[in-house]
Design a protein around this ligand. Structure first.
Ligand SMILES: [Zn+2]
Length: 129
């Protein structure tokens, strides 16, 4: 999961460090309800509200799938002579990738579902209509 928002001036994507920030409440606790972040493209200092930050997918699933596949190939070759153990090593990438996918999906859902200030969000929605 990665956290992003858009620059007020050039609308390019701004990445927000997401370590330990599983919800908008966590993000508000660590950075404050609104925080300043410089745009990497136009150097504009943005005033970002935590509710304007959204969680999106990362490439972690693909990385997990590739790295565990390589690991499982090596393990399968090494353990080939032991018979049934090699069958277990073949299943490692499928199991790990599936659980990583599920874990990230849940984290994204959890982040995007909860707003820090729900009243603020309603006002924004009516403004955009
Ligand atoms: Zn910008």
């Amino acid at each position: 999961m990665k956290l992003i928002t858009n620059c007020e001036r050039c609308h390019s994507e701004i990445k927000i460090p997401s370590f330990f920030n599983d919800t908008r409440i966590d993000l508000a606790k660590s950075k404050g309800e609104t925080f300043k972040k410089e745009c990497t493209k136009c150097a504009h200092i943005n005033n970002i509200h935590v509710d304007d930050v959204i969680a999106v997918k990362t490439n972690i699933i693909i990385i997990t799938a590739i790295s565990t596949s390589i690991l499982s190939i090596i393990l399968t070759i090494l353990l080939w002579d032991y018979g049934y153990i090699s069958l277990i090593t073949i299943s490692i990438p499928f199991t790990l990738t599936a659980s990583a996918k599920k874990y990230e999906k849940n984290k994204i859902l959890q982040f995007n579902m909860l707003f820090y200030n729900s009243r603020r969000n309603k006002t924004n929605k009516t403004l955009f209509k």
